[in-house]
Design a protein around this ligand. Structure first.
Ligand code: ZN
Length: 348
């Protein structure tokens, strides 16, 4: 995907709609970024460009929010929800521990909600949000240096936790919060609405060049996407990028499979880490040539993604002196509120 296409893609749905007509990619992108998108009766999606996407379901007696975003994003979502219903916002479900998904929790807590998450989110928060848990400054403190909205708020970890699933069912709508395995992080969960066949996927599935792999495991991610595909979603509301149809999960999975195939081929051919690093342009070109997965490819992010895959396969990293992945990782981490040192450590 060329730079211009990617910029347009990230700016809104115009380029995506263009891709539908020119590339034959089956995507539904009826909503414009920044506008509230009614996905179905009582089910809403808001595509955000700055933080993460947010969803909400209006149940009989209360509202369930899906992903809290940063505080600025949460404050943007509140009046959008209020314009639709005066039912209380009771729960804010965090799909995973990243700042662009949980840092807005306090805004919802102040408005009467309880943050809810898979137990793995707390384990991840303990690992990375060391400042909150009484240790060295962690990701929140680092992100607060860049984000004024974090200077006036504080981290509110989820206090209602579920080990594998938690179900909300008012007889009309059913929302199943499910942990399907390790993917983008070690604590991902998704919100599945079986009646409407709508899946809010968090960052387990995105729609565009947004895959940050530093906290997850790409090999397991592919398997977790298998489990997600088995749900049979017809509409997928991703953590970043416009919403898509059920094929979006397969496209996301195909991107990681192709990336693993590319790196795996070179590992099998006994190429060194340095040789694989030098082949990144070639890998990028191969991935971008596949219309189904081209929109997930970002030349700036590929080094970190390829290095992560290499680490999972062989335990080796790219040569430190010329590791282009670091810059991409730090920039991406800034966007996700993850930045916590001069370099983000990769964990397999
Ligand atoms: Zn994330």
């Amino acid at each position: 995907m060329c730079d211009m296409t990617r910029r347009e893609f990230m700016a809104g749905s115009t380029a995506v709609l263009g891709m539908i007509s020119t590339g034959g990619i089956r995507q539904t992108a009826p909503a414009q970024a920044g506008k509230v998108d009614k996905v179905s009766t009582d089910i809403f999606f808001h595509q955000d460009e700055e933080g993460c996407n947010t969803g909400w379901v209006i149940l009989e007696d209360y509202v369930l929010v899906i992903d809290a975003n940063f505080p600025t994003g949460a404050k943007q979502a509140l009046p959008q929800i209020r314009a639709l219903t005066d039912r209380p916002i009771r729960f804010a479900f965090d799909t995973h521990h990243h700042g662009d998904h949980v840092y807005g929790n306090q805004v919802f807590v102040e408005n009467g909600a309880v943050p809810v998450a898979h137990t793995g989110v707390i384990e991840e928060l303990r690992k990375y949000e060391t400042g909150y848990y009484g240790g060295q400054p962690g990701r929140w403190e680092q992100a607060a240096k860049q984000r004024p909205d974090l200077k006036t708020t504080r981290l509110k970890p989820p206090s209602v936790l579920f080990p594998t699933e938690l179900i909300f069912d008012d007889g009309k709508h059913r929302v199943e919060l499910v942990h399907l395995g390790v993917a983008h992080t070690h604590g991902d969960a998704l919100a599945w609405l079986p009646k409407e066949r709508i899946l809010f996927s968090g960052d387990t599935c995105v729609n565009g060049p947004y895959n940050f792999v530093g906290d997850g495991n790409v090999e397991q991610w592919v398997k977790t996407l298998d489990a997600a595909r088995k749900l049979g979603a017809q509409i997928v509301c991703p953590g970043h990028g416009p919403r898509g149809d059920g094929d979006l999960l397969g496209d996301q999975q195909a991107f990681f499979q192709a990336l693993r195939n590319q790196v795996g081929k070179m590992v099998s051919a006994k190429k060194t880490a340095a040789e694989i690093q030098r082949a990144l342009d070639q890998i990028s070109a191969e991935l971008s040539a596949d219309a189904r997965i081209a929109r997930f490819v970002a030349k700036t992010e590929l080094p970190a993604q390829a290095e992560k895959v290499l680490m999972e396969m062989t335990g080796t990293r790219f040569p430190a002196a010329q590791r282009p992945g670091d810059e991409a990782r730090v920039r991406h981490a800034h966007q996700h509120g993850l930045y916590h040192s001069s370099r983000i450590e990769l964990e397999v």
